[in-house]
Structure formats: structure tokens, C-alpha cells
Write a protein that binds this ligand. Structure first.
Ligand SMILES: Nc1nc2c(ncn2[C@@H]2O[C@H](COP(=O)(O)OP(=O)(O)OP(=O)(O)O)[C@@H](O)[C@H]2O)c(=O)[nH]1
Ligand SMILES: [Mg+2]
Length: 317
């Protein structure tokens, strides 16, 4: 089933960003370096359109170091956009963010024209952590759970440099099914809004194809490619002792283990998509969405005809 999560505080944040955006000089969107395409929010793209943009591929310490440069090149090629990769908790490299903001809005300096930077992105991607690292204190609340920041907060980095921390937002309809799974695997979706077994099976399917050696080493499997996703999940549960009565594997527990091991990178550094793969998923998602819309329109037209709100079309010609 497609994963969707758009609770009330996200709706309010969307409105707050729309009101704030005119007085913002640079928009920093934090992306998750493990899923840079799926974590780029189309709703935020629309709300912040036309503003100088800095894409920060955060949690690069957990992502595949061979794939991050591909994504940096992809984003840097977009107009008015710079991209850097970071581990938000490490201070010295995080300072690159400040320099990039000055490069994107060179005229914003001094008390009369202070730099105003909006930090946005999906839940749990590290927005508040980056702000704390930049300010050198715990100015913003952080936590390993989606939805920690609930309200916009202004933090002064210097008397002429403001940062606005915002609550993480997803978007009302995620049309790329795979993105929903990757977002859930990363920790961006509230825990009650997805099925762990479904997400773990999708995750294992990708890892089996792209990172078999990591899977095999972590779970002591001889040949991951010889197993189905379900068999893989069962093997993981058995190997880690997630059993219930009669030596049956507790698949729920096994799924939680697989997701946890991915999130904490104990399996190794993994990125769940390349720019080319994501472009294909997006194209498929858009086609399916257009078909869905056509079907919806046809049903609506049929309803209107039946209730005589519009005339029946003349099909004789
Ligand atoms: N490994 C790693 N962990 C990070 C990084 N940045 C943030 N984290 C962790 O990710 C979790 C979420 O961080 P937050 O800063 O609270 O995320 P947020 O984007 O403000 O989340 P919301 O307010 O819920 O939208 C915390 O456990 C952080 O320690 C990073 O670059 N690398
Ligand atoms: Mg936060």
C-alpha cells in the first residue's frame, strides 16, 4: 500500500512557510543523502520557487560515498542551486553552509540587510541538528524521531544572520511508491503510518540487488541473490534470534531489525537510489498519477451526466 503521512502540523508549517518566504534570502533544503531524490519535497519546491537554493545532502556519513558525488552533480546542475554534502553534527564542515549562503545572496550583509535563511526539509533529516552545530549550542530541540520540531523558530547566528528552523514536512500525496518506502526506511515517516514488514521487504529487495555483499556479511548469508525477499527476512529473523513459539520467526521483529540496521548504518554505508533510477521511478509515478486522474475525471463526468448536471455527449458523429 502507498505510504502517505501529512498530519496537521505539516499543514500549518506549509502555511507558515508561504507567509514567511517573501522575507527570506536563501532557502536551505536538507535532503537525506541516502535517498536524495525521494527526500526532495515537491511541496517545498513549489513554496520556495525562485529563491536562491542550497541543497544540503545530510547524513552523508551514512550514505554510499560513491553515490553522493553523483547526486551533488545532479543538484548543482539545477539553475540558482548549490549543493553540498554534510554530516550536520560536525562543526567545521558545517560552516561551509554559511559561505554558500553569502555566495547565493551576496548583498545581504550588515544590520540593515541581515541574511535570512530558511532551513526546511522532510522530518528527521537533521535540520535542528545543523542549526545547533552552526550556533554551537542547543538552540533547537532534536531527536531521533520524525516530527520533533513542531513550530517555526528563529535563531540568530550573528546579529546580521538569522536562521529559521521549521518542522519537517512531507507532501499530501506521494506519487512515487518507492519514495514512500524509502522515506519510511529512513525514519521520515511517523511510526504508525507504515507497515514495517512491507517497508523491510522493499528495503531487502533493493539491498539484495545493489548491496548483496553488505547483507551477506551482516547476516551471515552465503548467497543473498538465491533468496526471495520473504526468505531473506526470515533468515535475518532466525540469525538474530527473533523467534516466537515453535521456533517460528517473528517477522515483525525481523523487519524492525532490518530497518534499524539500515538506519544506523551497521550494515554499511548505503544509498537507496541513483539519479537515473529516481528519474525512472518519477516518470512511472507521473504516468500512473495521470491515468488515475483521467479515471477520476471520467467517474466524475459520469456522475454529473447521471444527475443531469451536464448534457449527455452526442456520440453519433
Ligand atoms: N548520522 C547522522 N545523524 C544525524 C545527522 N544529522 C542529524 N542526525 C540525527 O538525526 C536525528 C534527527 O535530527 P533532527 O535535527 O532532530 O532532525 P529534524 O530535521 O530537525 O527533525 P524534525 O524536527 O522532526 O523535522 C537525530 O537523532 C540526529 O542526531 C547526520 O548528518 N548524520
Ligand atoms: Mg527539528
Amino acid at each position: 500500500m502507498a505510504i502517505q503521512w501529512f498530519p496537521g502540523h505539516m499543514h500549518l508549517t506549509q502555511k507558515a512557510i508561504a507567509e514567511r518566504i517573501n522575507n527570506i534570502d536563501v532557502v536551505i533544503e536538507l535532503l537525506d543523502a541516502r535517498l536524495p531524490g525521494s527526500s526532495a519535497n515537491p511541496l517545498l519546491a513549489k513554496l520556495t520557487q525562485g529563491k536562491p537554493a542550497l541543497k544540503v545532502l545530510n547524513k552523508q556519513d551514512l550514505a554510499d560515498p560513491l553515490r553522493t558525488p553523483q547526486w551533488l552533480a545532479h543538484y548543482s546542475a539545477l539553475p540558482g542551486t548549490q549543493a553540498i554534502a554534510l554530516d550536520a553534527s560536525v562543526a567545521t564542515p558545517a560552516k561551509a553552509v554559511i559561505a554558500a549562503c553569502h555566495a547565493l545572496a551576496p548583498l545581504r550583509r550588515g544590520m540593515v540587510k541581515p541574511m535570512r535563511v530558511l532551513i526546511c526539509g522532510i522530518p528527521n533529516v537533521g535540520k535542528s541538528t545543523l542549526i545547533n552545530t552552526l550556533t554551537g549550542k542547543r538552540a533547537a530541540k532534536t531527536g531521533d524521531e520524525a516530527g520533533v520540531t513542531k513550530q517555526e523558530q528563529r535563531i540568530a547566528l550573528a546579529p546580521d544572520f538569522y536562521l529559521y528552523d521549521t518542522p519537517g514536512v512531507l507532501w499530501p500525496r506521494i506519487i512515487v511508491t518507492k519514495s514512500g518506502y524509502n522515506l519510511a526506511a529512513s525514519g521520515a515517516v511517523g511510526r504508525n503510518a507504515f507497515d514495517e514488514q512491507e517497508v523491510a521487504l522493499e528495503l531487502l529487495d533493493y539491498l539484495r540487488q545493489h548491496y548483496p555483499a553488505l547483507l551477506q556479511a551482516r547476516f551471515k548469508i552465503e548467497d543473498a541473490s538465491a533468496l526471495t525477499d520473504e526468505q531473506l527476512l526470515e533468515t535475518i529473523g532466525r540469525q538474530r534470534g527473533a523467534l516466537q513459539g515453535g521456533q517460528k520467526v517473528n517477522l515483525q521483529k525481523a523487519a524492525e531489525i532490518a530497518i534499524y540496521d539500515f538506519r544506523s548504518a551497521v550494515m554499511g554505508r548505503i544509498t537507496l537510489e541513483t539519479p537515473d533510477e529516481f528519474a525512472q521511478w518519477l516518470a512511472t509515478g507521473q504516468t500512473l498519477d495521470a491515468q488515475r486522474q483521467l479515471k477520476k475525471d471520467a467517474i466524475e463526468l459520469d456522475r454529473k451526466i447521471r444527475f443531469k448536471q451536464v448534457p449527455r455527449p452526442d456520440l453519433r458523429h
